[in-house]
Design a protein around this ligand. Sequence first.
Ligand code: PLP
Length: 387
Amino acid sequence: MNLSLKRRIYLDNNATTKPRSSALEGVKKALKSWGNPSSTHQNASQSKALLWSARENLSSFLNCHPLEIIFTSGASESNNHAIKALFQNLETQSHRQELILSAVEHPSVLTTGDFLKKQGKTVHYIPVSRKGFLDEDFLEKHLSDKTLLVSIMKANNETGILFPIEKWIQKAHEKGALFHSDMVQALGKEKIDLKKLGIDLASFSGHKFYSLQGCGLLYCKKGIHLDQFIHGGSQERKRRAGTENLVGITAFGEVAKEGEFIITESKRLRFLRNHMEKTLLSSLDNIEVIGQEAPRLSNTSCLLIKGIPAAESLMMNLDLKGISISVGSACHSGKLESNTVLTSMGLTTKESLNCIRISLGLENTKEEIDYFTKTILSSIQYLRNLD
Ligand code: PLP
């Protein structure tokens, strides 16, 4: 059966996920309640209640206090907010001017680091090996009483590689430094217990968790002082001004109620992903799974496919056959640019241009993955014959 004739096969869930019906129920609820949550009359009370209930649902899923959540426009804002607001607070942290990041962070973290560098701060980038392991000796060496913040993502968006943040939160605290993590890709795939982790700040995004684009949150542990990032009204306890995105927040909170189920599904996705990788590796030569030996998210596969013109051509070929995957490279002014996550891990530019990312989500079935595996095998053979 040609599944592509029936519906497209979506394998780009690390870019965004299709909203669940619970998210749509949240949208409907919020649209009925259009009062401004900051007003004090009766039109506002239902909006206020919705806002609080979303905060409670999310805090219960993440195991933190509802007031430790700051709603934002997404994880890019949360990452910017966490890092910049701490470094702005010079009064309390004047002797600590250093930031430590992994070299494979999302651009919203890396470019915030570049911004701080221009302001005279010192930024250290922890190397990550081709196999996907953090250079822990580097981290140990650079973590000192000058460090204000360590920011290491829990899971990488391109490769799915998981980093051992649990251990480094403790080590950062022993040196008096704070710890932030971009946990966007881990949400709904790994169990997250913020209290147990003891982390200071963590960023999340709704649209990577079957909710809406344009809504995220920043977890800020009680007692951590963040300077106000968006100035204005007193929303989000004076840390992030602006009338709240009630639609996005309510949807996010509704999906969080299904969080345990979503995590349980990771087992099934891991089985499908592993089965797909095994079939590809045993059917063709010159394919490498990036980070195969490192701990990885259940849903992500980053494949280096040699002998094809470039991953873009494979992506377009699959797109025409009804399958959505992604490549990390981007086309700027007619020239392909390599993926910095992969080149930071030691892949050559040519290798990084030959990598694709397959990221599964809740809706993918075994039938789809089998169809995808067969299709990509024939597409690779076709492109290799052209090259
Ligand atoms: N961090 C990671 C690891 C991501 O994958 C993304 C999105 O691609 C972001 C941050 C940014 O999230 P948002 O789209 O909510 O700004």
